[in-house]
Write a new protein. Structure first.
Length: 163
């Protein structure tokens, strides 16, 4: 039974999870997986050919939900369209957890008192809930796929996971 009501995902976590073959963790952790149109377009748009585009496009459990443009507009001053739309949706869907890695977006979400987690925290939760075996190989695959992760964050995540 998923532990969260909903996860609202930004682009980089979707791409990262797709690169390491772990996209299917999302529906195991939440009843609903929501992406705003800007995130969908960033990831799946064929002209962009983003890594993981095919995998994300094949996820029948993803819900594309359009946020209120009035809520998005002020966020676009500081954020890209995907992050702005995801945060605007999280403001409306108060039971949702916002899944995003961008530091600026995470700081803004924190100022707005939104529940949030990054890709590493999501993988840590999957480990704690017994959905994945070893945590360290997943982190290594993420880093090898091009995701930059600070060493202090890696160390803290491994310690928390008991590895």
């Amino acid at each position: 039974m998923p532990s969260e009501e909903a996860i609202i995902a930004d682009s980089s976590p979707l791409i990262g999870l797709a690169k390491i073959g772990q996209l299917d963790l999302l529906p195991l952790l939440a009843r609903r997986i929501i992406v705003p149109p800007a995130v969908w377009n960033e990831v799946v748009n064929p002209a962009m050919s983003a890594p993981g585009a095919r995998e994300v496009a094949g996820c029948k459990w993803l819900e594309i939900v359009t946020p209120d443009p009035a809520a998005v507009a002020p966020l676009l001053i500081l954020l890209g369209a995907g992050e702005a739309e995801a945060i605007a949706l999280a403001q409306r869907e108060t039971s949702a957890v916002l899944l995003l890695d961008d530091l600026r977006a995470r700081k803004i979400a924190a100022r707005l008192n939104l529940r949030r987690m990054g890709t590493i925290a999501l993988l840590g939760r999957a480990k704690r809930e017994g959905l994945v075996g070893k945590f360290q190989p997943l982190l290594e695959r993420l880093m090898n796929s091009g995701m930059h992760i600070r060493q202090d964050l890696v160390d803290a995540a491994l310690k928390e996971a008991g590895e």
